[in-house]
Design a protein around this ligand. Structure first.
Ligand code: FES
Length: 569
């Protein structure tokens, strides 16, 4: 076994090359007997003080190391590009693919036999899994866990409240000072967003795919059991290397189907769609956008978590966590091995819900048909998504006149113009916010309503865009319209006053114009000049795929052929 290790190509070498590989590592105080005798486990860390959700990861990595050492491995921690959702402009999504390239090449270039991915804030999960999938070594994910629920004047406070509270501040119902004080009461512990937003959705996706040990999705970051899980994951990865259990052994088509079912049952973020599609592209699994609907849309909602419900991620863990949901869903799931060699069904068999206010049974769910729906029509020929669990039932079939914003700056400029012709029947349309057009596919699809509608007590209208929506947001928002406006999709030629039909039961999104009129307008259309002429962003714009394919770069699909590992000394 030992002579077959990948790391042997470095650490078992004789002569000058072997000297160089070992001697520089020894300057860290590593004894000679560690080299060429143990599996080398990379701990791929997204720690960064600019990614506050992952700022505790150096400490968490120590627990992973402890587990690796206990199991007879040799742990080495290394940093990769970290994507902090709250600070990075214009959007972390612009850099997801770049970070995945960093991860892929960092793993491939180094003497690693297995990898532990330290994931937390939204894009740090898909970027690491995408990169690792393209190398395909034994790999396990340790998520960082969610923050404890915020508390303000005795009341719960969480990410989804920010949108509601900002509306209240705009209406003068809360003061700027109160809003500022809430900040301090919000972030009261380590960890990522405490609702079923994108980060928690990604942690759920990871566990449902089988890429982590059970319970990984929901243990709070501040709970000591998060460290225990990290240590156990350190032990497990050594076993995975010994048994040669690679990413591709876990990420089967059945694993993707399980992830779609589980995402529906927890009311996961719509961002799940682009990230899962991108991961499937890396590992060579054929996954079509339509399958999110055919596999997931009829799955009932089994969790009562914000933003769609009432409770928070820590409540989810105390109520039994994801294994309790998986056990309830077992009749909808497929048997396929996870990182520990057993299926997620097997791993969850002994778990149960301790609180039916938080985790419901299949017989009495919080909502029927909770999964993401994909709508097609002349306005979204390659599909667009809507999350009915976060939308208004009354708007599921709706026809209204378009109020068009050419880009998000145009929206900000005009949304509170008293002369803006908008009412409860209107359909807000936002262009140039997709993968190419923004660029990076911003989370702006849940455009806030104008003050004048809020003052009338109107809290939702149909909104359509090629953007994404924050997993912590809500509303009747049709997202990810493909092809996007910047790629010449029909969205580009919608004008104020055009009639649009959204018919969710019939999966339809239609611009009520004749084919001739659409063709004539398209003939007159010219793409917006983004003023980008160099660097990563230019490469991104030239190569990014549309949202219905996961918005990955076209040349990153699949795995690289095994590269010759040359000695360069
Ligand atoms: Fe990091 Fe929400 S900002 S998870």
């Amino acid at each position: 076994m030992a002579e077959k290790r990948r790391s042997d190509q470095w650490f078992k070498k004789d002569g000058r090359d072997g000297f160089i590989y070992r001697a520089w590592m020894k300057n860290q105080g590593i004894p000679d007997d560690q080299f060429g005798t143990k599996p080398v486990i990379g701990i791929c860390n997204t720690w960064s003080e600019l990614t506050p959700c992952n700022a505790h990861f150096r400490e968490l990595a120590e627990s992973v190391k402890r587990g690796v050492i206990e199991a007879g491995g040799f742990p080495v921690e290394f940093p990769v590009m970290s994507l902090g959702e709250t600070l990075m402009k214009p959007t972390t999504m612009l850099y997801r693919n770049l970070a995945s390239m960093d991860v892929e090449e960092s793993i491939r270039a180094n003497p690693l036999d297995g990898v532990v991915l330290m994931c937390g804030c939204d894009k740090t999960t898909p970027s690491l899994i995408m990169g690792a999938a393209s190398v395909d070594l034994p790999t396990i994910v340790v998520s960082g866990g969610a923050m404890l629920t915020g508390k303000y004047k005795g009341k719960d406070l969480a990410t989804s409240d920010i949108w509601r509270l900002a509306d209240k501040q705009a209406l003068g119902e809360i003061t700027t000072e109160e809003f500022r004080e809430m900040e301090s009461c919000f972030g009261r512990s380590r960890g990522h967003c405490m609702v079923m937003g994108t980060a928690s959705t990604m942690a759920v996706m990871t566990e449902a795919l089988g890429l982590s040990l059970p319970t990984n999705a929901a243990i709070p970051a501040a709970d000591s059991r998060r460290k225990v899980l990290a240590q156990l994951s350190g032990r497990e990865i050594v076993k995975m290397v010994e048994e040669d259990r690679k990413v591709s052994d876990v990420l089967t088509k059945e694993a993707f189907e399980n992830a779609i079912v589980v995402n529906s049952a927890v009311g996961g973020s719509s961002n799940f769609v682009v990230h899962l599609l991108a991961i499937a592209g890396r590992i060579g699994i054929d996954l079509d956008l339509k399958e999110f609907d055919t596999i997931g849309s009829a799955i009932p909602l089994l969790t009562n978590l914000q933003p769609a419900g009432e409770f928070f991620m820590e409540d989810f863990y105390y109520a039994g966590g994801l294994p309790a949901v998986i056990r309830e869903l077992s009749s909808h799931l497929k048997e396929t091995p996870s990182v520990n060699g057993h299926s997620i069904i097997h791993n969850s068999a002994q778990h149960e819900s301790y609180n039916d206010q938080v985790i419901a049974s299949l017989d009495s769910p919080f909502q029927q048909d909770a999964g993401i729906v994909v709508v097609y029509g002349n306005l979204s020929e390659d599909g667009a998504v809507i999350k009915p669990a976060a939308a208004s039932e009354s708007l599921m079939v709706h026809r209204g006149k378009a109020v068009v914003f050419e880009d998000i700056e145009d929206y900000h400029k005009r949304i509170n113009d008293p002369d803006l012709a908008i009412d409860a029947q209107s359909v807000m349309v936002l262009k140039n916010s997709g993968p190419k057009g923004y660029p990076g596919m911003a989370e702006v699809g849940n455009m806030a309503l104008p003050k004048k509608l809020l003052e009338q007590g109107i809290t939702d209208v149909v909104r359509i865009s090629d953007a994404r929506m924050s997993g912590t947001a809500f509303g009747t928002t049709v997202l990810h319209v493909s092809p996007e406006s910047a790629a010449g999709g029909t969205l580009a030629i919608v004008q104020n006053g055009d009639e649009i039909t959204l018919d969710v039961p019939n999966r339809l999104l239609q611009l009520e114009l004749s084919d001739e009129e659409i063709a004539a307008r398209k003939a007159d259309w010219t793409p917006v000049d983004l003023g980008v002429n160099r660097g990563y962003i230019q490469m991104y714009i030239n190569h990014v795929e549309q949202a219905n394919k996961g918005a990955d770069l076209d040349f990153l699909r699949g795995k690289s052929v095994d590269m010759k590992l040359r000695d360069s000394h």
